[in-house]
Design a protein around this ligand. Structure first.
Ligand SMILES: [Zn+2]
Length: 114
């Protein structure tokens, strides 16, 4: 009978390979948060004075504890949202890779103890 831990190790090994492939296939990334900011422009007869506010897509990120905010041009909104989503996907894959690695280390520790 084959060692159960060896089987598990092999399984995690394969899982790691799959995750690294997924990591390589992630598109361009942007490590930031996206949100919408509504505002009035100040022009007297603008629709925004009647409650139809203007809206901007903004990205924020922390630099040395301070939040940096950047407005995204309308023409680049979908591209920027895609990039931020790619970053989230990458983060998920990185977490899975780390989890797999930790599990493999724990199995290796058990094997040594036997
Ligand atoms: Zn306005």
């Amino acid at each position: 009978m084959k060692n159960y831990n060896d089987e598990l190790l092999k399984e995690f090994e394969e899982k790691s390979q799959t995750l690294y492939k997924q990591l390589k296939s992630v598109g361009p990334i942007l490590k930031a948060s996206v949100s919408r900011r509504n505002y009035t422009c100040g022009k007297m007869n603008c629709r925004c004075t009647k409650g139809y506010l203007h809206t901007d897509l903004i990205i924020t990120r922390k630099i040395d504890g301070k939040t940096q905010t950047t407005k995204v041009p309308k023409s680049q909104e979908s591209e920027i949202i895609d990039r931020v989503n790619n970053w989230k996907e990458m983060k998920t894959i990185l977490r899975k890779i780390t989890n797999t690695q930790i599990k493999m280390l724990r199995i290796a520790n058990v094997k040594k103890a036997i």
